[in-house]
Design a protein around this ligand. Sequence first.
Ligand code: NAP
Length: 271
Amino acid sequence: MTTDDVHHPAARTASRRARPRPADDPPVVLITGASSGIGASTAVRLAAAGWRLLLSGTDQARLDAIAARTGGRPLPADLAKPDGAQRLAEAAVGAAGRVDALVASAGLGWRGPFAQTPADTLDRMLEVNLAAPLRLARLLLPGMLERDRGRIVLLGSMAGQVGVRDEAAYAATKAGLTMFAESLWYELRGTGVGVRLILPGAVETPFFAARGTPYQRERPRPVQPDAVAGLVLAALTTDRDRFFLPHWLDFPARLHGAAPGLFRRMASRFG
Ligand SMILES: NC(=O)c1ccc[n+]([C@@H]2O[C@H](COP(=O)([O-])OP(=O)(O)OC[C@H]3O[C@@H](n4cnc5c(N)ncnc54)[C@H](OP(=O)(O)O)[C@@H]3O)[C@@H](O)[C@H]2O)c1
């Protein structure tokens, strides 16, 4: 696959309007959450694959470090602010002229009884995990549809597929992304633009330190962020639109969909 393949599978079947891209004009990807974990690993992967990177986060020093490593352009933005997504989308288009793909990886969690969730943490989860990806997609989709090529890649979570005790708000934001992707899929069918959903279980990143509680479950075992980055690349370059990691998480997700009562009993018993 070439870097341009992000545009080809859907565009070949769906579009006769898409103009071929010159070989010296690599596709442009905006990665949120690029200063850490999955977003940072994705930046490294996509840089190696020849993409032009626009990298977003709030920690300027970590963002600069990943930009220096990948040749990407740092675009700091606080996505917890209501105008954060708009400012970022404008900065991205201003910096590169267009955005061919969005990888929405910025996110945060919190673990504990829902009623004890700190109010500002709840607001930040809603803004960063759910509202910001939707706002960025709304702002960037028109350009993609105009060019008849593009990808929206969302970092969902297994938590948003089946629900997790003591992670109600986080799971709700991720379930929102799942239904957003599911619904947008109908709209984008037949265009050269696609929406993709990455559904990891646990990933070894600073996510757990940032939320203040370690990962304590036995299963699924945490995977490395580079494995998730590999799936993001696949999401950009193939027609698959849903990626579980590990792959077997597909089974509990299906079981929950088909028999939620049975799933709950098993989850309560086996954790
Ligand atoms: N780790 C897991 O087990 C796991 C499992 C399933 C899904 N996910 C999802 O994968 C995504 C990436 O998580 P990760 O594991 O890579 O976590 P991480 O290492 O903690 O990275 C989180 C990223 O989100 C950014 N972010 C947080 N608040 C922000 C804000 N207000 N404005 C802009 N950016 C903000 C952070 O930027 P700064 O540090 O610069 O603020 C950081 O780059 C998240 O959406 C997460 O929900 C993670």
